[in-house]
Design a protein around this ligand. Structure first.
Ligand code: GLN
Length: 307
């Protein structure tokens, strides 16, 4: 007999189809991506993975790295030290907005670029190289396999990173970054260029769902108190200026990336990852959002659901 979860996932994918949108235009390597690629994976907290589509096709993690880097900053420095540099308030603004609090200079949250660049600087290490190596190893522990950088994405993004460069220098001016902002920018772009597939992302999400324990390796990667903190920030800030729509319609902590992935976490139960490169005007995968809305309704995933 076929597994009912597998059957359900195949059914909603077949019924879903194209949801419109455009691939990210501002990073040449992403603009060249095949817009029709697709994958959906669901990983349970006991390590079972269900897959539909091209689940082993690799692409860059982009902003889906942000919750994991923030988690590493919290792990290395503690909640209070991190809070002095980056706040936890939803910004209601686009992911790449040049935005900080007027009083403290702190970025509003670690899910938008300004806050994420700050979080990269809070990873332990004496140089960008050391901090990136530590972050890469950290993501790999969540995925349960050794991840690598995609050099072509890195080069492409570095050459066109005018806006993120401006943000990094602004953060240096406000005393939020110390040292050379170019070094942190380079580290941040490398972090965004780590290659993952949709299975990896589902397992990374499932590690958060499982209280910080990787479901397959059994390793406690992140402390449960920090899992709670990271999931809270993903819930309120993970989908940028669509965060309110997301919380009402889907109702689970999530994070999107401009490569077209979205991860979602249902605490205690599953990690979900979906990949479809066409983005809506907020920079979130259009087909991914539509599918997660459907799954939330059908499977009653919404955290505030009352039956
Ligand atoms: N690397 C991208 C950027 O900084 C990440 C943005 C995203 O995935 N939303 O612009």
């Amino acid at each position: 007999m076929r597994n009912p979860v597998q059957e359900y996932l195949e059914q909603i994918v077949a019924q879903g189809g194209d949801a419109g949108g455009e691939v990210a235009p501002y990073i040449p390597e992403l603009a060249a991506a095949d817009p029709d690629r697709f994958a959906l994976c669901l990983a349970t907290v006991d390590g079972q993975v269900y897959e539909v589509g091209e689940s082993e096709h690799r692409y860059s993690i982009q902003s889906m790295s942000k919750p994991f880097t923030y988690a590493l900053g919290l792990h290395d420095q503690g909640i209070e030290a991190v809070a002095r540099k980056v706040d936890v308030e939803p910004s209601g603004e686009a992911f790449n907005e040049i935005s900080v609090s007027p009083d403290t200079g702190r970025p509003k949250n670690p899910m938008i670029n300004a806050g994420a660049i700050t979080a990269s600087s809070l990873v332990a290490g004496d140089s960008g190289d050391e901090r990136f190596a530590r972050a890469l190893e950290w993501y790999s522990r969540f995925a349960g396999r050794e991840l690598e950088l995609d050099p072509s994405i890195y080069t492409s993004e570095l050459e066109t990173a005018h806006r993120n460069r401006a943000i990094a220098h602004m953060l240096r001016e406000f005393g939020i970054l110390d040292g050379d902002p170019e070094e942190v920018l380079d580290q941040y772009i490398r972090q965004c260029s780590v290659a993952v597939d949709t299975r990896d992302l589902a397992l990374m999400a499932a590690t958060l769902a499982n209280g910080g324990v990787q479901p397959r390796t059994g390793e406690q990667v992140l402390e449960p108190a920090l899992v709670e903190h990271v999931l809270s920030v993903m819930t309120t800030c993970g989908m940028y200026d669509a965060a309110g729509d997301w919380v009402t319609a889907v109702g689970i902590p999530a994070k999107s990336g401009v490569s077209g992935g979205i991860i979602g976490v249902l605490p205690g139960q599953v990690g979900i990852a979906v990949f479809s490169p066409r983005l809506d005007p907020h920079g979130n995968s259009a087909r991914g959002v539509a599918l997660l809305e459907r799954m939330s309704t059908d499977m009653e995933l919404h955290l505030m659901h009352v039956s």
